[in-house]
Structure formats: C-alpha cells, structure tokens
Design a protein around this ligand. Structure first.
Ligand SMILES: N=c1c2ncn([C@@H]3O[C@H](COP(=O)(O)OP(=O)(O)OP(=O)(O)O)[C@@H](O)[C@H]3O)c2ncn1[C@@H]1O[C@H](COP(=O)(O)O)[C@@H](O)[C@H]1O
Length: 111
C-alpha cells in the first residue's frame, strides 16, 4: 500500500480517541455517519465541477485539490465503518487485468 495511505489510515484510527475540538477528523466522527456521508457527497460534486472546469481549459490544480478532499473524506467514511483502505486496494488488485466489459458480461446474462 502507498505509504501515504497507510500513514493516513493510522492517523484516522488514532483520531477515534481524540477530542472533537482538537481534530477535524474527530469532529466528523463526533457528528456521525450522516455528516461524513454528506461531506463525501459534497466533495464528489466539487470534484466533478473542477473536472468540468479543466475540460473547459481551467486550472488543473483545483481538480487535484478537490480529488484529494474526496479521497480523504472517503477514507474517513471507511474508517468510521471499521474498514481499512487496504481492502479497496485489494479489490482493485483483484480486478487488475480484468476487462470491465468482460466483467459486466459475466455479471449480466444477455437477454
Ligand atoms: N488530509 C487532510 C485533509 N484534507 C482536507 N481536510 C480538511 O477537510 C475540511 C474540508 O472541508 P471544506 O473544504 O468543506 O471546509 P469546511 O467549511 O471547513 O467544512 P464544513 O464546516 O463544511 O464541514 C477542511 O477543514 C480541511 O482542512 C483535511 N484535514 C486533515 N487531513 C489529514 O488528516 C490528519 C488529521 O487531521 P486532524 O484530525 O484535523 O488532526 C491531518 O494531519 C492530515 O494528514
């Protein structure tokens, strides 16, 4: 796993024992899953808007910034539900080399 992801996952676990006023992550845990999911949705929308801007000739830095926000809040969602990012990387590894078209065809028998 990327060192950055592993370190961040460790910090997100530690923040489960931190006071909400001492840490942004702890404050989100304290507000609960609905607030965390709201943030994931908000960051997803901001990422989409930034991508549209880049396609229209805008600044790519904003897209990178918003994608980092989206990944970060997705990691908090996983941690809040007791899941480690390694599970997502394992799933991507499992899919590696498997064509999306082939996977979909195996899932959906043709009518
Ligand atoms: N990577 C991040 C990170 N990315 C974004 N953010 C915060 O996520 C928030 C993003 O929310 P918005 O942009 O919507 O701004 P906001 O208005 O403050 O948010 P709301 O009031 O709407 O909830 C901002 O407060 C950012 O500072 C992050 N906060 C923390 N981290 C990492 O998490 C670690 C632990 O952070 P603390 O728990 O705060 O110590 C840090 O050391 C960093 O490594």
């Amino acid at each position: 796993m990327s060192d950055t992801l592993a370190r961040l996952a460790e910090v997100l676990e530690e923040r489960k024992n931190a006071a909400p006023d001492s840490s942004y992550v702890a404050s989100l845990y304290h507000k609960g899953l609905n607030k965390i999911l709201e943030k994931v949705g908000e960051e997803a929308v901001e990422t989409i808007l930034a991508a549209k801007d880049v396609a229209a000739g805008g600044d790519v830095d904003e897209l990178i910034y918003e994608t980092a926000d989206l990944w970060f809040h997705s990691l908090i969602m996983l941690a809040a539900l007791g899941q480690h990012p390694q599970a997502v990387l394992d799933e991507l590894d499992r899919r590696f080399g498997l064509s999306g078209h082939a996977e979909k065809a195996a899932r959906q028998p043709s009518a």
